[in-house]
Ligand binder design. Structure first.
Ligand SMILES: [Zn+2]
Length: 425
């Protein structure tokens, strides 16, 4: 151990003083998702019960036999649309190239191809998870017309933006991940000096709230080298909490991220260099804080864990089942979307069979019922005629299917009319 001399101490104190002064003046850029969630709960306390229920479901599923046998290496595709909102006095100059660069960043991070995972400390290397999720810029708009995956609109709502900016433009959240790119995000209710880089809607909230679903991003943080803000926000969009959620005792519902008291701002890479930070000692074995985790605030966040990946894929395949496509051997499955029909599967989960009820189908045409496994392989298909009431009711036998999660899709005239996840026990 190096001898701690007076001189060393003196220099150290000066450095500490300088750093404190600069930190005090610094602008802290934070994620606004928790803040946004708290505001939603203040307006509607029932939401907190929804969250608790969703977490219980996620826990039960992730540790269930059906979910454990589900392949997690199938690549799932999510179409994104960037809505760039600008104003004469608050210009947002995000380009299509910025959006493409951002997609590249996401695709590296969500497929464990980001080269900086080599920087993950050896004790956490075995915990790195590959989400096998690929993001694509939308190629068709909601009317079926070609699109670049980026829209441009003019509105003053881009300044101090909040949910109202979503009224400017909004594509069906069932089929697109909407990202609103704004001049800045309303941070006035945060402590002075804090600015929000982005915020997301959680899956248990977004499904119910429909039009508000998606992510709002300060334009400064769109592009390749922008500190993985959108990677982090999509983590929330797919159900992840911050690793520091609830401090040492609260927990983020994830077992392979060590507990951490608070956001690891300013650690690793910038002063103070402190890769040995260990703020909680109630974990066994007592591991240091996982500064490398994308759901923290550190400057060296580069990885998701295996359980975080499981949780994201759970919420994607159950709560956001119509949002993803399979990347199959035959190519990318991208039918025309038209979620006009109502679909219910009961019971679900099921052991032997279920009843499929659908309404709102086009009258006088047959409907294709297709069931895919998590690799995008069709398990069965049935063609059922639709009567004059636009309704079908069909008993489906699934005794021969393996345990796992399946996607049941109804097509009419090659239009996807409805989609639901089915759990086979
Ligand atoms: Zn966050």
């Amino acid at each position: 151990m190096k001898k701690f001399t007076f001189m060393n101490k003196y220099v150290w104190l000066i450095i500490l003083g300088l750093a404190s002064a600069s930190l005090a003046k610094a602008q802290f850029t934070v994620c606004g998702t928790d803040h946004y969630w708290d505001q939603q709960v203040a307006k509607n306390p029932q939401l907190e019960q929804e969250r608790i229920k969703a977490d219980a479901g996620a826990r039960a599923a992730i540790y269930s036999a059906a979910y454990k046998t589900m392949p997690t290496t199938s690549e799932l595709l999510i179409p994104i649309v960037f809505h760039v909102i600008s104003n004469r006095n608050y210009p947002v100059q995000t380009t299509l190239q910025d959006c493409k660069d951002q997609i590249q960043r996401l695709n590296e991070d969500y497929s464990e191809r980001n080269s900086d995972t080599v920087n993950v400390r050896p004790l956490f290397q075995g915990r790195i998870g590959n989400a096998h999720i690929r993001f694509i810029l939308a190629t068709k708009d909601p009317n079926g017309n070609p699109t670049t995956g980026m829209t441009r609109d003019t509105s003053i709502l881009t300044y101090n933006a909040g949910d109202t900016v979503k009224s400017v433009v909004d594509w069906d959240h069932n089929f697109y991940l909407n990202v609103w790119v704004v001049y800045n995000i309303d941070s006035r209710s945060l402590p002075k000096g804090s600015t929000i880089a982005g915020y997301s809607v959680f899956p248990w909230d977004g499904v119910a709230r429909g039009k508000a679903d998606g992510i709002v991003m300060d334009h400064t943080w769109i592009g390749y080298g922008t500190d993985r803000t959108l990677t982090h926000e999509i983590g929330h969009f797919l159900g992840l909490y911050h690793t520091f959620q609830g401090g040492c005792t609260g927990g983020d519902e994830i077992e392979d991220t060590p507990p951490v008291t608070a956001a690891s701002l300013g650690k690793c890479g910038t002063w103070p260099q402190d890769s040995s930070s260990n703020t909680c000692h109630n974990d066994v074995p007592d591991l240091p804080d996982m500064l490398e985790n994308i759901m923290d605030y550190s400057s060296c966040k580069v990885m998701f864990t295996k359980q975080q990946v499981q949780r994201m894929r759970y919420y994607l395949t159950l709560n956001r089942v119509s949002l993803y496509y399979y990347n199959t051997v035959a190519g990318i499955e991208t039918p025309t979307e038209n979620s006009s029909a109502a679909l219910s599967l009961f019971p679900n989960p099921t052991n032997e069979s279920f009843t499929l009820d659908a309404a709102g189908l086009a009258i006088g045409k047959s409907v294709h019922i297709q069931c895919f496994d998590m690799m995008g392989r069709m398990q069965f298909e049935e063609l059922v005629p639709v009567g004059n009431d636009g309704i079908i009711s069909k008993q489906m036998n699934v005794a021969s299917l393996k345990s796992g999660v399946y996607k049941v899709v109804l097509y009419q005239d090659n239009e996807m009319k409805a989609v639901k996840a089915l759990i086979k026990q």
